[in-house]
Ligand binder design. Sequence first.
Ligand code: SAH
Ligand code: MG
Length: 194
Amino acid sequence: MSDIKELKEYAINNNIPIMQDEGIDFLTTFIVKKQIKNVLEIGTAIGYSAIMMARCSNDIHITTIERDEARYMEALKNIKKFELEDRITLIFNDALNVKLEEEFDLIFIDAAKGKNQNFFERFEGNLSMNGYIITDNMNFHGYVKMKEEDITSKNILGIVRKIKDYTYFLENHMLYKTTIYDVGDGVAVTERRG
Ligand code: SAH
Ligand code: MG
């Protein structure tokens, strides 16, 4: 058995943007409350959030996708350390090249922030009837709430605009309804309309 604190320290020391404490508490509480059993995660990084989700109950399974080889290798190592190899399936690929057949009762999007809508559209067909899609970093480190003229980095401004477009896409979708919670870095919870 290993220690979550060490994982978090590794992430901080290596600049790996794992989920904030408030966000991960929200996510794991949600999983327990809704009795989620089968999760697809886009954006494994070093496996922190996948491990936290897997630890919610003994009969939960996580499939998680990472395109960065070094992070994928680190995630493999961590999942072994936590003895979760049988409950976490790691896929090393760009999520936009992955095609899955299974259904998931939670799809957790936490990868390239400008591509949320692409991930959403790629995997919505894998969402179970009563499933949820949760998207992290809807505030993008607070930038989404800033005046655009105060954002000096073109790169950041580009991502901020994509997140605003994605917010609009979610809030105006005919098939889904979304609530955005101001916890952690902003978490969107999407479900099918009744
Ligand atoms: N969910 C993790 C943090 C993920 S950080 C946690 O909270 O512990 C985002 C990760 O998404 C990065 O490691 C990045 O390499 C990965 N990523 C970005 N775009 C991707 C894509 N198109 N396909 C797969 N992984 C992607
Ligand atoms: Mg995140």
